[in-house]
Ligand binder design. Structure first.
Ligand SMILES: Nc1ncnc2c1ncn2[C@@H]1O[C@H](COP(=O)(O)OP(=O)(O)O)[C@@H](O)[C@H]1O
Ligand SMILES: Nc1ccn([C@H]2C[C@H](O)[C@@H](COP(=O)(O)OP(=O)(O)O)O2)c(=O)n1
Length: 691
């Protein structure tokens, strides 16, 4: 997951390949609660591992439920069997509506039956998301609920130490036209109170997002409770209802998350399809109906059980006028696809967007306008006018995400713009709510022109701080790192291990030099988790010695070695970008890099830094000999015939002799910001720290 302040997505060209979706958020949190309420042990497979499921798991643990993680996406839950194990708890539920609403209902009912008091709170946005209709329904029922902040909003305290009677004889009325989660919450909670008599729930107003209620009913059935449904207005839980574990339950891939990859296929899979594993056309999730909408816009979609294949069909996409009531979450993806359509697209009946993670109608309109689009909005609709298929009208934008995962994922789809502009996603870690590895998954199925993938080159003499600066800049941008010096060090080591001497006299023999060059061209080197591997050997420490540095400097003067490592180095230019450090990154390897830094410091400063570095590693060193070695290495690197150490003509010079590491990083990031086309709209919008 990217925890950077922003993530720049280079312009993308093609899509194709296979993705596996994380588990559905809606199913995961319902199944977790059902498993916690029922009798017996439930093994849940393919559970979503994200912010929203983590808060649910933490809450269930605080309630005394037995949880055992069997793997990142497998958990074993020992249910409470309808009996409260803890009579008091404070539950922090982040911004997870799928945890807040059902837990409020379940704990109100259990506390009324058995006695207990629970506080439920979340992030500030959670405290702006209405829950009053559910509170009203639970109060009708006789539940005790105190609003600790604003009336009608979390935080809430539910229950009281002593049991209180529930009124179950009259139908319980709940509004269904703001959020279907209120009804879901009652449907999940009331079987706990239906031992003796049936309980009826009546929906007031037209029920929205019906497919989500369908998921709830299907999952209730898996846990042994068959609810009778009379249209979408009346639901009856039969007398004697009792939750029972299904043993093992598997969570489907998230159909809402599938929408981004379906869109990707529709936008850019012209050759091989985008294949999505984890949901198929038989999915129980309502958002699978997004496939119909995508087809109507022109996508070619073929489905199998548990799998979808998507290609580009009509192009440009066809404009739509669609009632999106049944696919509120996935419909956001249509709003971005609309930028690539042949006319204005209108999404209707999306009033629920206003009470989601953010006001999604306002947010979507604002951000699509940033991209250059004309957007009209109403209380429950949005109209998006397309941008030019010839690239006209598109703007490079820094998109705000409002702590809303879907805004970030939708925004990424703008990177297919024909104007070949990059897109900046602010606060990309908000995808952690449902799809922590969204961007990594995106990279695995898209391609950019190599020239569009940014590279920042940091060249300079030994111990000037290149590696330190490169790593820090890359961490701030979410970019890959190429430590090219390490490759020359590995060549030196590999040569010696292969019995090829690396002293100057030996390397002066052209046949010998060719052999070292051939070895460089076939180098089985790998960088993984901060370690360097030569074949199956971890050589991280071996290549860091001063002797290995000297050997690297000697072999690096050989043209055959430099040629042998060229393709390997260029191969590091991968999405979303690269920071490369060495001697010739800007002059030879990436001459088209948009930012080149030539980093220097006085020889004395560098010798002192190297000395401190060695001493801190517990090695012995003398400043005088380090200074002599360093000057000899500089001289050789500067004077060699091929790719000598020198600043590229367009390099920015940075002497950090008197600069701290942080100051060097800030300087380079400021230079980078100036090379980027985004302006300064780069502050994340949520002020409070994330949990
Ligand atoms: N601007 C700086 N100020 C002080 N020390 C620095 C600075 N940059 C790097 N260093 C220190 O100098 C040492 C050498 O840095 P390193 O990044 O390994 O250099 P290089 O990759 O150029 O050989 C490290 O111990 C690092 O912490
Ligand atoms: N792009 C590069 C990187 C390193 N080299 C050579 C020259 C250097 O003396 C050695 C070792 O490089 P490295 O960056 O690891 O050395 P320092 O950490 O700066 O001491 O490799 C090169 O020729 N071209």
């Amino acid at each position: 997951m990217y925890r950077t302040a922003f993530l720049d997505i280079p312009p993308l060209r093609r899509a194709g390949g296979r993705v596996r979706l994380p588990g559905s958020k809606s199913i995961s949190n319902r199944v977790l609660l059902l498993a916690a309420l029922c009798d017996g042990v439930t093994r849940i497979e393919d559970l979503l591992d994200s912010d929203d499921t983590r808060v649910m798991l933490d809450a269930l643990a605080a309630l005394g439920c037995g949880l055992e993680r069997l793997g990142p996406t497998t958990v074993r839950v020992r249910g409470l069997g309808g009996r409260l194990a803890a009579r008091e708890a404070r539950l922090f539920l982040g911004n997870a509506g799928t945890a807040m609403r059902p837990l409020t209902a379940a704990l109100t009912v259990l506390a009324a039956l058995q006695g207990g008091r629970f506080e439920l709170s979340g992030v500030p946005r959670m405290h702006e998301r209405p829950i009053g209709d559910l509170v009203d329904a639970l109060r009708q029922l006789g539940g005790t609920i105190e609003e600790l902040g604003q009336p009608g909003y979390p935080p809430l305290a539910v229950g009281s130490p002593q049991p209180t009677p529930l009124r179950l004889d009259a139908p319980i009325r709940v509004r269904g036209d703001v959020s279907s989660q209120f009804l879901t919450a009652l449907l999940l909670a009331l079987p706990l109170a239906a031992q003796e008599r049936p309980i009826t729930i009546e929906v007031v107003g037209e029920l929205i997002s019906k497919p989500y209620i369908d998921i709830t009913l299907r999952l209730l059935a898996r846990f042994g409770v068959q609810v009778q449904r009379d249209g979408w207005a009346r639901f009856t839980i039969p007398a004697g209802a009792r939750y029972a574990t299904p043993g093992t339950i598997h969570v489907e891939g998230d159909a809402s998350s599938a929408s981004y990859f379906i869109a990707l296929g529709a936008l850019a899979a012209t050759d091989q399809p985008v294949t999505i594993e984890g949901v198929g056309l038989d999915s129980i999730q309502g958002d699978i109906a997004f496939v119909d909408a995508a087809r109507a816009m022109g996508a070619r979609v073929e489905g199998e059980p548990n799998r979808l294949h998507v290609w580009r069909g009509a192009w440009p996409l066809r404009a739509l006028d669609l009632d999106c009531n049944a696919i509120p979450d996935a419909a956001m993806t249509l709003a971005v696809m609309a930028l690539y359509a042949n006319g204005p697209t209108t999404l209707r009946h999306i009033g629920s967007w206003r009470v989601k993670e953010t006001d999604r109608i306002a947010a979507m309109a604002t951000e699509l306008r940033q991209l250059g689009a004309r957007v009209e909005e109403g209380p429950d609709w949005l109209r998006v006018h397309p941008l030019g298929a010839d690239g006209s009208g598109w703007r490079a934008a820094a998109l705000r995400t409002y702590d809303d995962h879907r805004m970030a994922m939708c925004g990424s789809l703008a990177a297919f713009n024909p104007a070949r502009l990059p897109v900046r996603i602010l606060d990309p870690q908000c995808v952690g709510k449902t799809f922590p590895d969204y961007f990594e998954t995106l990279w695995s199925v898209v391609e950019a022109e190599p020239a569009d993938i940014p590279v920042i080159c940091i060249d300079g003499p030994t111990a000037s701080g290149k590696g330190t600066l490169a790593a820090a800049v890359a961490a701030r941008l979410g970019y890959h790192v190429l430590d090219s010096g390490a490759l020359y060090r590995v060549v030196g080591l590999a040569a010696e291990r292969a019995g090829l001497a690396t002293d100057e006299a030996a390397l002066a023999d052209p046949a010998h030099a060719e052999r070292v060059g051939a070895l460089a061209a076939q180098l089985p080197v790998r960088f993984a988790d901060g370690r360097i591997w030569l074949g199956d050997d971890d050589v991280t420490d071996a290549v860091r010695s001063e002797a290995a540095g000297m050997a690297a400097s000697r072999v690096s003067a050989l043209p055959a070695v430099r040629a042998g490592l060229l393709a390997l180095q260029r191969g590091f230019r991968r999405l979303p970008g690269l920071v490369a450090d060495g001697r010739d990154m800007g002059t030879v390897i990436f001459p088209d890099a948009p930012l080149k830094v030539f980093l220097t410091a006085s020889a004395a400063t560098r010798a002192q830094r190297r000395y401190e570095q060695l001493i801190s590693r517990g090695e012995t060193a003398s400043i005088d000999s380090l200074l002599a070695d360093l000057e000899a290495r500089d001289a050789r690197d500067r004077t060699r015939a091929v790719a000598p150490l020198e600043p590229a003509q367009d390099a920015q010079l940075l002497d950090n002799s008197a600069q701290t590491i942080d100051a060097s990083v800030a300087t380079v990031l400021a230079w980078w910001q100036r090379c980027r086309p985004f302006g300064d709209r780069d502050r994340p919008t949520h002020a409070e720290p994330r949990h």
